[in-house]
Design a protein around this ligand. Structure first.
Ligand code: PLP
Length: 402
């Protein structure tokens, strides 16, 4: 028997132990200056994160969900509007749409990348919508609702096909909002612009989460919006702070959705490690790709136009549940992201979607499994994960052998 040391799905301890002194200093600065909400730490992190994303501006908020919600509100999305996105994502992408009063419209994903399928988007707009060429506004034929925006989710850290999505959005007068909650620092080669672009710098806004398990994680809740639009940034700042343009002058009813100074200070410490951590994730992904090359599972597809940051390393296999159980018995952590496509969640029963509506998202959800992935994963750990997967598959092929 080789090593049976447990391999976690995610290691949230090692990076924090490594940085403990610096992280504690960030907390201490808040204690000693009395800046807990807002202040110089927040401003510094916002500037540094904007630069990291090649974005002009960044607005720190309370969570990734706030980033999405406050962006939709600041863009004037609300009752009578439709926002298009994918069912293969975390529910924060869509609950934040519904919470503005707008309606979520799903379109299916691309089977190779698991990202929003530009052809499914076009098909929906061509068959279910009408565009008024004079005003370049698009409405849903059945309901008359205005189709306002499309939200590609850069799932698992790989960017959606932004050139194709932007082109369709321009044609139909839709805003593009990037859900970049899993894609800090991910790159996309834009053929149109003939250069590499960074997640969060392409759409009218990019929405990021700093939930602890994300590639850049706070030591608590935090999020941010990136944008090049000064007026939009100002409106998001207003919405994050009770709708006030200045203290006690409320233009609208807003939210309590601010980034706090301790989280901002800790995020600044961790942001400096992002180039290294991202490279480590990419190397770990390459190592898995090599280890699993001759194993009968589908490894992630990374198109030439993409530099993914591997928030998750997701493989596809027929007997997914059996494999997960086998690995769990050997103390190897795995996850499913996500087991039930959003259109089939109980929360969306009122939306009249049914099984079969988005067949690719549905098929993928039954076969995906996320393997242990974090910057500090070792080659030995990955070799063991791969060996156990191989062993499981071999046993499956010869079920009656001793
Ligand atoms: C994590 C996540 C969010 C929500 O972020 P929180 O910080 O947890 O609110 C939104 N969208 C996606 C795709 C996510 O993975």
């Amino acid at each position: 028997m080789t090593t049976t040391e447990n391999i976690p799905f995610l290691d949230l301890i090692t990076p924090h132990v490594e940085l403990e002194a610096e992280l504690l200093e960030a907390a201490q600065r808040a204690l000693r200056t009395g800046y807990f909400i807002g202040g110089p730490e927040v401003k510094r992190f916002e500037d540094d994160f904007a630069a990291y994303c090649d974005a002009k501006l960044c607005v720190g908020v309370g969570s990734g969900t706030d980033a999405l919600r406050l962006t939709y509100l600041a863009l004037g999305i609300g009752c009578g509007d439709i926002v298009i996105t994918v069912p293969h994502t975390f529910i924060a992408t869509t609950e934040s749409i519904s919470q503005t009063g707008a309606r979520v419209q799903f379109v299916d994903i691309d089977e190779a990348t698991y990202n929003l399928s530009p052809s499914a988007l076009r098909r929906f707009l061509q068959t279910k919508c009408r565009i008024d060429p004079a005003t370049k506004t698009t409405t849903c034929i059945a309901t008359g609702e205005r189709v306002k925006a499309v939200v590609p989710v850069h799932i698992y850290g790989q960017m959606a096909d932004m050139d194709a999505i932007q082109e369709i959005a321009d044609e139909y007068g839709l805003l593009v909002i990037e859900d970049a909650a899993q894609a800090h620092g991910a790159k996309y080669f834009s053929t149109k612009q003939n250069r590499w672009l960074t997640a969060g710098s392409i759409g009218v806004a990019g929405c990021f989460s700093f939930y602890p398990g994300k590639n850049l994680g706070a030591c608590g809740e935090a999020g941010a919006v990136t944008t090049a639009d000064e007026e939009l940034a100002a409106r998001i700042r207003m919405y994050r702070d009770h709708g006030q343009r200045k203290k006690y002058y409320h233009d609208v009813e807003g939210y309590n959705g601010r980034l706090d100074a301790i989280q901002a200070g800790m995020l600044s410490v961790k942001l400096k490690r992002m180039p290294l951590w991202t490279e480590q994730r990419q190397q770990a992904a390459e190592r898995y790709n090599a280890l699993l090359a001759d194993v009968d599972v589908l490894t992630p597809f990374e198109p030439a136009h993409s530099k993914a940051v591997y928030h998750l390393y997701v493989i596809r296999t027929k007997n997914r549940d059996g494999l997960m159980q086998y690995l769990a018995e050997r103390e190897i952590g795995t996850g499913i992201h996500y087991p039930i496509p959003l259109h089939l969640q109980v929360a969306y029963t009122g939306h009249f979607y049914k099984a079969g509506d988005f067949p690719i998202a549905e098929a993928v959800a039954t076969e995906i499994v996320s393997l242990p992935m974090f910057p500090h994963i070792t080659a030995e750990q990955q070799e063991r994960v791969s060996a156990e997967i191989e062993e499981f598959l071999a046993k499956q092929k010869a079920p009656f052998e001793g």
